[in-house]
Ligand binder design. Structure first.
Ligand code: GUN
Ligand code: ZN
Length: 444
């Protein structure tokens, strides 16, 4: 796919990237850390990446090199596998767990997206927040209203973003104004796929919200639609809280487990992204592995709603590793910052007596999440030919981080400090398809 022409740009500074999966193959074989690298971009793609001494000789003569200094870190842009843009106005809603939170806060807010102008204004804010946090791709739930999808895609297209999104399908257990039907949801999704899927960098995600708000007929219609458009993503929620699981069992008493509900309706396979999965059983994890589906780990949301602490190493057991990405899950999630989200992923692992290394965490937020979306051949790492979506971190973004960095013994510790103490202030610049899309300096 041709990307828009952009001027050639070369950045020089420390850089981090991954050539493979460190959970499977170890950091030694997959992590690339250059203390002095050049990343060059042209035509929307990375053209060069490697040690500055080598790459500078390969660049076209006269191409200016922007030196970012030794306290920067150049990385592939962050990938958010699970977010709800319409929930931006209700982030930080107090005092409820999942099912209550949906009824009390989420559905009343989502009603407002019948108004396209409102949807557009929130989409703009959501995407600006993403860029301010170095997120260059996300997989997004819209609302039941097709115009909410149009609004988000139109704004993402104007920014040149690679983004996946879809209209939420809900035909029960929600306010009447927020429901479609199996047929109308199918028809509207079909029309949105025809309009948006594969247009520029945009991808469609078929989006049954979860088994609690879709009838068996609607889940079957979503499965049929996905069969007809197998290169679309499919996203939904699964096994987020124990109370939710008990309710799904009541709604679908004849199914083996939660995943079986989706599976028997044709909703389990490659390019499926299941949000949360905190309480999945052994059989379900094995099935996700077998069919190539992914889990989006959403730690800030899981803590905020009191849902649980996702057991990363269980999902990643060597014999049946599940594709795993990271999600902010805005607005049950409490931060657009991927650094803050990784900090919470570390704590979720701690509660399961595991220690998530900073490098493994950065993999999850970049190449790992790209792989969860089946996009690792295009985004999520730095290499010639990859789409030029980048984040530049400032490794000394606050007085405390600056002070703490003076006492860091090695790069692993420096990275860990960022994900424990860092936030949006650590994002110095964000590049989308080789173009500077956000610069911290220009906004303050
Ligand atoms: N399960 C069904 N819908 C939602 C939602 O909007 N947010 C979260 N966190 N879980 C859900
Ligand atoms: Zn969600």
């Amino acid at each position: 796919m041709p990307l828009p022409e952009t001027r050639a740009v070369a950045l020089r500074g420390p850089a981090l990237s991954f050539t493979g999966d460190p959970f499977r193959d170890g950091l030694d074989r997959t992590m690339v850390h250059e203390t002095d690298a050049i990343v060059a971009m042209a035509g929307g793609r990375v053209t060069h990446f490697g040690p500055a001494e080598r790459v500078r000789r390969e660049l076209p003569p006269g191409l200016a090199i922007t030196d970012l200094g030794k306290d920067a870190l150049i990385s592939a842009g962050f990938v958010d596998c699970h977010a709800h843009f319409p929930q931006t106005p209700m982030i930080a809603a107090h005092g409820a767990q999942l099912l209550d939170w949906l009824n009390r806060y989420t559905f009343p807010t989502e009603l407002k997206y019948a108004d396209k102008a409102f949807a557009r204004s929130v989409a703009k804010t959501f995407l600006q927040e993403n860029l301010r946090n170095g997120i260059t791709t996300s997989c997004v739930y819209c609302t039941v209203h097709p115009q909410s999808v149009d609004a988000l895609f139109e704004e993402a297209e104007a920014l040149g973003l690679r983004l996946a999104a879809g209209k939420v399908l809900m035909d029960r257990n929600a306010p009447a104004e927020l429901t479609d039907t199996a047929q109308s949801g199918y028809d509207q999704s079909q029309a949105l796929i025809a309009k948006w899927h594969g247009r520029g960098r945009l991808l469609y995600a078929i989006t049954p919200r979860f088994a609690g708000t879709s009838s068996p007929e609607q889940l079957a219609a979503a499965g049929a639609l996905w069969r007809e458009h197998a290169d679309c993503l499919m996203q939904t929620h699964i096994a987020e809280t124990r109370q939710e699981i008990a309710w799904i069992k009541e709604l679908f008493p004849d199914h083996r487990d939660y995943l079986d509900v989706y599976d028997r309706h044709g909703l389990c396979g490659q390019r499926a992204v299941f949000g949360h999965g905190t309480w999945l059983g052994e059989r379900e994890l094995q099935r996700l592995h077998d069919c190539g589906a992914a889990i989006a780990h959403c730690p800030t949301s899981n803590f905020f709603l009191g849902s649980g602490a996702f057991d990363l190493s269980r999902a990643l057991e060597r014999e049946r590793m599940v594709r795993l990405g990271l999600g902010t899950d805005i607005g049950a999630g409490t931060s657009f910052s991927i650094l803050a989200t990784l900090g919470e992923a570390y704590k979720a692992a701690q509660l399961n007596q595991q220690s998530l290394s900073a490098a493994h965490a950065y993999y999850l937020a970049t190449r790992g999440s790209a792989r969860a979306l089946y996009l690792e051949d295009r985004i999520g790492s730095l290499a010639p030919g990859m789409e030029a979506d980048l984040v530049v971190l400032d490794m000394r973004s606050t007085p405390l981080i600056d002070f703490r960095m003076n006492h860091a013994r090695d790069f692993a510790e420096q990275l860990f400090i960022q994900m424990t103490l860092g936030d949006d202030r650590a994002v110095q610049a964000t590049y989308v398809a080789g173009r500077l899309a956000y610069s911290r300096k220009s906004l303050v």
